[in-house]
Design a protein around this ligand. Structure first.
Ligand code: SF4
Length: 199
């Protein structure tokens, strides 16, 4: 897929496996086939929700997702210790860096340690030409949208235009992780989809 040629090459040079798909449905079918008989943790992700991955995977895997559990804190902890982990990204640089911002830390923590394999499921809207632009996107597009979705009383959620680097007690941006490459001892695969997905 031409749109992803450069980022695919750069991700692969960094050690990430990469698959590209035209549609969310094709990507979901691929992941449904690739992940079987595993324990699977899932980070908070509108993209994963849009692909319907929980419902597909739970038929033949044990899937732990706090978005589907009453005991959210327990689910977040359990999901740290699974075979496979699924996340999206808040920003992806054409040069191959994957950027995520987190408030609680389960999602970014799980992408750093504790799994055999992590899949990043990423729509085309997360892609930016440079690292600085991908970081800008993560901070000024993804996080304000997320704060608004969560109903936070932060300036970004009220105005919906950009990050104010707020010092609000409700600030959702507490930690930032940039992956320059797969962490040692973990396989990482990036599933790129040529549709706008997630925040
Ligand atoms: S730091 Fe504050 S203003 Fe900026 S995106 Fe996060 S919650 Fe919103």
């Amino acid at each position: 897929m031409e749109r992803f040629d450069t980022v695919k090459r750069n991700l692969e040079q960094r050690g990430f496996a990469v698959r590209t798909f035209a549609t969310a449905g094709e990507a979901a079918a691929y992941l449904d086939g690739a992940i079987d008989g595993k324990t699977v943790g899932v980070g908070g992700s509108v993209t994963v929700e849009q692909l319907g991955l929980y419902e597909l995977l739970e038929k033949h895997n044990t899937v732990i997702w706090h978005w589907r559990r009453e005991d959210k804190a327990g689910a977040r902890r359990e999901a740290m210790d699974t075979d496979v982990y699924l996340s999206s990204a808040n920003g992806l640089a054409e040069s191959g860096e994957i950027i995520n911002i987190d408030g609680i830390g389960n999602r970014v923590g799980a992408t750093l340690f504790g799994h055999e394999k992590v899949y990043f499921v990423i729509g085309r809207n997360k892609l930016a030409p440079t690292y600085d632009e991908a970081l800008w996107r993560a901070r000024n597009v993804a996080s304000p949208k997320n704060a608004r979705k969560l109903g936070k009383k932060t300036p970004c959620a009220v105005k919906g235009d950009r990050c104010y680097d707020c010092k609000s007690p409700e600030r959702i941006c507490r930690g930032l992780v940039t992956l320059w490459g797969p962490m040692m001892g973990m396989e990482m695969e990036v599933v790129l989809i040529d549709e706008d997905l997630g925040l």
